[in-house]
Ligand binder design. Structure first.
Ligand SMILES: [Zn+2]
Ligand SMILES: [Zn+2]
Ligand SMILES: [Zn+2]
Length: 219
């Protein structure tokens, strides 16, 4: 977290001729655009991005981001590719919930004219301030948007809270991860606390109102 703060401070303390990389379309200065990319790469790395991800998002050459990483942290960037499977995200309801928080933030932040790197920087900074214990690192957070763009996941409307949420295409879920977790502890109909006996059982009924509990629906 201290890394993040210093990253923010570093970026703000320098002002480039153009406010954003998209303004550089008019300034015709290669140096200026390059400086933007370098600053964004540094910012991403301070938030935990590896050299590969920083290169993909900023368009800087991989050798340069590797070199930057080494200069920043004194060690080479950890090897490994960016994720391409959603199995990690699906492993628990909490991960599904956090994946959905990131998905929603991406929807909000990607509307404005921003570079891919800037979207992820803004998104991740909001995410780590929003949740007490971040579950997704920046690499996983970067992957969330790809899940829906690859059509591995799609948007659905939650039957309980009526908000839209993202879920794997083949999942039979009808409620969002937030409602799923909530309804494991409270009846969706009368909101009474569920007894430990009825928790986690498929097709159990509420002891108060008799409603069929939806906490049993698994992803
Ligand atoms: Zn410029
Ligand atoms: Zn819901
Ligand atoms: Zn009830």
């Amino acid at each position: 977290m201290t890394m993040n703060r210093s990253g923010q401070a570093y970026h703000r303390s320098i002002s480039l001729p153009c406010a954003t990389p998209s303004d550089c379309a008019q300034c015709s200065s290669e140096l200026c655009l390059d400086a933007h990319r370098v600053l964004e790469a540094i910012h991403l790395m301070r938030l935990g991005a590896r050299a590969v991800l920083a290169s993909q998002l900023t368009g800087l050459d991989k050798n340069r981001t590797n070199q930057l990483y080494r200069q920043l942290f004194g060690v080479p960037s950890p090897p490994g590719q960016v994720p391409f499977m959603d199995s990690w995200h699906r492993r628990s309801d909490i991960r599904m919930l956090h994946t959905n928080i990131v998905w929603r933030l991406h929807q909000k932040l990607s509307r404005a004219e921003r570079s891919k790197a800037r979207i992820l920087i803004d998104l991740y900074e909001v995410y780590i301030q929003l949740v007490e214990k971040p579950v997704l690192d920046i690499t996983r957070a970067a992957f969330v948007q790809r899940l829906t763009s690859m059509e591995t996941w799609h948007e659905r409307r939650c039957e309980s809270c009526e908000m839209s949420y993202a879920t794997p295409v083949e999942s039979n879920s009808t409620v969002c991860p937030g409602c799923l977790i909530y309804h494991r502890h409270r009846c969706h109909q009368c909101s009474s606390t569920l007894s430990p006996r009825s928790k986690g059982r498929d097709h159990a009924n509420c002891g108060q109102c008799g409603a069929v509990l939806i906490g049993g629906v698994r992803h």
